[in-house]
Design a protein around this ligand. Structure first.
Ligand code: SF4
Length: 309
């Protein structure tokens, strides 16, 4: 959960998750749908899917016990160099070097490595290995990550509270604010799309399952149009799931992804009876049952805006 996401955001998700699946064996029995439901809103859903796949493998091949061997860990879905080092170090107190964004910044500052972090990857990795202790590795890994999160922070580092300030080269050279050099901002694409909210007189709402190959696969959403350039005036109504008297709600939602700003327009249609669409990826669901489906965040926002969940 902590890959790409801050601790504060993760805590409530983690607590709900661990209360529902307290061990590998119970997690291995969960369905992907359930996992996505509990992951809803946290983003990067492949992490949840991989966690489930790994739990099933650990249950079958390792009798439910997480392996501590590097090769075994790396063979599990979603476990790369960072996660394997974190598991071995924090979980098993083995000598393993954990390098996250916080650790990279602390090392770059302490040794005054000028330039961007990505240009210093090799040196940071060597220095991180050099600093890794033979004993007490679990405490050390957590301490250096926490030190970066609380003291040697990205913008306002607390150098006066720092216990290693006497050896810090950036502090000595007056470079704390310059190291690491900021990432170059990439221009985000501005796209727009339409979501279609159809409700029949029995309070059934039409939702659609995202395709297998897409981002957020197997999550559910309101039927939606393609994403097109914001400067394109094309009416998106032609991509509604069926012909009806669609009307625009006028409520636009701006949604920000890492590389895209998406502007969503919502169209609604109140129809007398549900229309059969003969496509297994579409489903009419009662308003009361909507909460059982793992919904993408944008759909959740639209449903909340319309007081449906
Ligand atoms: S002195 Fe400041 S910049 Fe250097 S390691 Fe400590 S907190 Fe970071």
């Amino acid at each position: 959960m902590l890959q790409q996401t801050g601790v504060k955001t993760v805590i409530p998700y983690f607590e709900r998750f661990i209360a529902k699946w307290p061990d590998i064996k119970s997690l291995a029995k969960a369905s992907e749908n359930e996992i996505l439901k509990y992951w809803q809103g946290l983003g990067y859903y492949s992490r949840g899917r991989n966690l489930l796949k790994s739990a099933k493998i650990i249950d079958l091949d390792y009798n439910g016990i997480i392996p501590n061997n590097l090769d075994d860990l790396l063979s599990l879905p979603g476990i790369g160099s960072y996660a394997s080092a974190a598991i071995r170090s924090i979980g098993f107190d083995k000598k393993a070097t954990v390098i996250d964004g916080n650790v990279k910044r602390v090392i770059a500052r302490f040794f005054a490595l000028s330039g961007k972090l990505k240009d210093n990857e090799k040196d940071i990795s060597l220095l991180a290995k050099y600093l890794t202790p033979n004993k007490g590795n679990a405490n050390y890994s957590q301490a250096i990550m926490e030190f970066g999160a609380l003291i040697c922070t990205p913008r306002q580092s607390s150098c006066s509270d720092c216990i290693v300030s006497h050896g810090c080269l950036s502090l000595k050279q007056g470079l704390v604010l310059e190291i690491p050099e900021a990432k170059t901002q990439t221009n985000k694409k501005n796209l727009r799309c339409a979501s279609f909210l159809a409700i029949d007189k029995n309070n059934l709402v039409l939702i659609a399952k995202r395709k297998n190959e897409s981002l957020l696969k197997n999550m559910w959403q309101l039927p939606s149009s393609d994403w097109i350039n914001q400067s394109n005036n094309k009416k998106l109504l032609s991509q509604a799931p069926f012909k009806a008297k669609w009307s625009e709600t006028g409520k636009k939602i701006n949604y920000k992804f890492s590389h895209i700003n998406l502007l969503n327009e919502t169209y609604t249609a109140n129809i007398s009876l549900k229309i059969d669409l003969f496509d297994k990826d579409f489903k009419w669901v009662s308003i009361k049952a909507l909460h059982k489906y793992p919904l993408v965040t944008l759909t959740k926002k639209i449903l909340l805006d319309n007081n449906l969940i």
